[in-house]
Design a protein around this ligand. Sequence first.
Ligand code: R1P
Ligand code: URA
Length: 291
Amino acid sequence: MGTIQESELIINERGAIYHLDLLPEELASTIITVGDPDRVSKVSSQFDRIEVKRQHREFVTHTGYAGNKRLSVVSTGIGPDNIDIVLNELDALVNIDFKTRTIKHDHTVLNIVRIGTSGSLQASIPVDSWVASTHGLGIDNLLNFYRIEENEEERQVLQSFITQTQLSHRISQPYISSAAPSLLKHFVTNFQHGITVTCPGFYGPQGRVLRLGLSHPDLIDRLTNFSFGQHRITNFEMETAAIYGLGKLLGHHCLSLSSIVANRIDRTFSGNAAANMDKLITTTIDILKGL
Ligand code: R1P
Ligand code: URA
């Protein structure tokens, strides 16, 4: 393996990775990602001690301890394009030697848990429910820039999704990736499990009409009605499939947890979103402390 050039792996004057502005020692091996930069302090306010606070653009990181567990919380901002930056830089922080600019011989596995908000695609999953995503199914295109390796089960679900939904090729070539079983098994009580669809936008790409017409006005019906064996689509948002896809390719363990703020079937929106998010954060930290 050769050295990785300065234009490919960008390290700033502090010796920190470019977008996240983090040094390798400033990152814990268990990481919570959140979309909203203001959610970072909501997570770290539940730490017993904070040792690092950094911010560059929308990427805010706090690293500290919850009990004996060292945790980092990092904001990604909105969308799969930001996940490309965050996942590649988190991986580089542990698996690339910044001095020699070479890939380290020993691979470090990160546990990466997204805590985000999401829209429900099932009447039976009301606002203020929590979803743990068994799979991320991406219609956002990010993973099509990488060499994707799907397993047999993922291939079958994806093929069935393509056949049943008949989404135009002009939208996307969908991809799929699963949660890390080692994390998912700890998030069962109080969580609904299902496939999360990751969209490249909040309005048209999630079937919302304000002033513009949509290419697929029945997008929500097509997603809600999909089923393959026990699998169904529970919700959609804007990061999960990108995290699962890149995380798996890079050799990390990933899980996405969502607090449902909107139900797109009964058209309700939570009146309790902030308090429900705080509860999800507390529950998640309690579980991660035990791992
Ligand atoms: C859209 O409002 C944002 O909310 C969801 C979506 O994935 C998207 O990022 O997650 P967060 O609440 O974590 O940002
Ligand atoms: N986040 C999304 O991406 N969609 C929703 O409907 C709610 C939160």
